[in-house]
Design a protein around this ligand. Structure first.
Ligand code: FRU
Length: 492
């Protein structure tokens, strides 16, 4: 049965979404209209890839959360489906928060999400509590399970907060269902809790799989836990991070813990902790295992700290990153754009060994919807101080990616990219020394830049705000470098 609230949201989206088609990025997921945040339910269903997302269609501000819905066969072209969930039951009346999805053996699709509802305490204070709920459907329409909530405060470990208990990520393993979710523990910081179930409807608490202990931020949102290239990976998005060198910045972060998993005792041994993305607009990751076994990650291409700094007059706020293939190399998380992007490569313009010792423009190298790889080598033994890749440029605007070989740092800088708010515009991060050489792959989709350094060793994602007339690209160096450039327009 489709509730009145869900029908209203569906009708609203259907009525207005086409007015925004000119404003959308070409291949990054947005809502039909209004606000989106976290990716949800990124999963395979009946041979296609489904993606849901936190959605408030009625305005560009966060509001009572619905689940928007799209699907794809290739991670690049997406088909919009009717809104899947509205906050229309007692258990989720104040929002259907983030969660995940799985295909059941009987062919139905199960959504596991956080229901938020207000309760009045005995002292009269109203609090929002979080519990885990289920809805089941056919890939378009979903029925909420009559046994909701399937997990509530009574399923928490001692000291666990029912106010911060959210974002279940479900998977199936050895004939059982498991789910991890975030919880705030008695020390005020995040825990990742593991639950299990025989049928995906009846759940029991197993144990804490990892704890933040106030070291990497505070509350850990949107956790997930999966094997990758012989290691075990825990991804989570911490709130209130403190900066550590150039690895972690203050605020909302995206964290990757790599280690091993002792499955018999359900113990995760942490070996390494790193940022997932070193840019400005990246939060709340979600992954799936593709039909060919690749682990693909998507995230919200935004940052909670800047959501109130919206350009005037916009009607769409929030989009997803390009889906990225994950792997582990030398103990580090590696990310590269999904290979399907190459199917949309259009006109190719390439140069080899171009001497850059001042600002250089190259004929045919410009644009705002493109996939470009720039490889930089020192031109002589005296090396160079910096190399700059200037993007989205006109007389007034320029988004800069700068590499300093002496410090092994890359800087992204959107100070002059049309933004009119005093928010963070610059970020530096460390890259691995390569004797003065660096490879920068840039994927641009109108107002977004996703940078992949040295074949995916680091990624840095950021939005820019200049209009699309700012489309020049130039290369600049202090010192002398030789540059190879391969640029494809994206035909989308
Ligand atoms: C992360 C998050 C989740 C929550 C959702 C609410 O961005 O705060 O923890 O489920 O957004 O929209």
């Amino acid at each position: 049965m489709i509730s009145e609230k869900l029908q209203k949201a569906r009708d609203f989206e259907r009525q207005y979404q086409h007015f925004l088609d000119e404003e959308r990025p070409r291949f990054h997921v947005t809502g039909g209209i209004g606000w989106i945040n976290d990716p949800n339910g990124f999963s395979v269903y009946r041979g296609e890839y489904h993606l849901f997302f936190q959605y408030h269609p009625y305005s560009t501000k966060w509001g009572p959360m619905h689940w928007g819905h799209v699907k794809t066969k290739d991670f690049i072209r997406w088909e919009r489906l009717p809104i899947a969930l509205a906050p229309d039951t007692e258990m989720d009346q104040d929002g259907c928060f983030s969660g995940s999805a799985i295909e059941l053996p009987d062919g139905r699709q199960l959504l596991m999400y956080t229901g938020v509802c207000k309760v009045r305490r005995s002292d009269g204070v109203i609090e929002e509590i979080q519990n885990q709920c289920i809805a089941v459907g056919d890939g378009v329409n979903y029925e909420k399970y009559e046994g909701n909530p399937v997990l509530d405060a009574s399923d928490l470990p001692e000291g666990g907060s029912e106010i911060d208990f959210r974002d279940p990520k479900i998977w199936r393993e050895d004939g059982l269902y498991y789910a991890v979710m975030g919880n705030r523990s008695a020390d005020g910081s995040g825990d990742v809790l593991l639950y299990k179930s025989e049928d995906a409807f009846h759940w029991t608490y197993v144990k804490k799989i990892e704890s933040c202990r106030n070291e990497y931020g505070r509350m850990w949102e949107c956790p997930e836990f999966f094997p990758l290239d012989g290691k075990q990976v825990l991804l989570t998005s911490p709130m209130e991070m403190a900066p550590v060198g150039l690895e972690f910045h203050a605020g909302y972060g995206a964290l990757c813990l790599i280690g091993t998993y002792d499955k018999d005792n359900l113990v995760f041994h942490r070996e390494r902790v790193q940022s997932i993305d070193y840019g400005l607009d990246f939060y709340a990751t979600q992954t799936l295992e593709a039909l060919d076994g690749r682990h693909i990650m998507i995230a919200w291409m935004q940052n909670w700290a800047t959501t109130t700094s919206q350009p005037q007059g916009i009607r769409l706020f929030g989009s997803m990153t390009l889906p990225r293939e994950l792997s582990i190399r030398d103990g580090r998380l590696i990310q590269n754009p999904v290979r399907e992007l190459e199917n949309y490569h259009g006109r190719r313009v390439a140069y080899e060994n171009v001497l850059v010792d001042r600002e250089v423009n190259l004929s045919g190298i410009s644009g705002r919807v493109l996939d470009m790889t720039v490889t930089v080598h020192p031109a002589n033994e005296s090396g160079y101080h910096w190399f700059k890749l200037n993007l989205a440029k006109d007389g007034e605007h320029c988004a800069v990616i700068r590499y300093k070989p002496g410090a092994n740092t890359v800087r992204i800088d959107r100070t002059r990219s049309g933004g009119r708010f005093d928010i963070v515009h610059v970020r530096d991060f460390l890259v691995r020394p390569q004797q003065g050489a660096i490879k920068l792959r840039v994927v641009m989709d109108r107002n977004s830049i996703e940078l992949f350094v040295n074949d995916g060793e680091q990624a840095a994602t950021f939005l820019i705000y200049s209009t699309e007339e700012a489309e020049a690209i130039s290369f600049e160096a202090d010192g002398s470098v030789l540059v190879d450039v391969e640029k494809y327009d994206l035909d989308l």
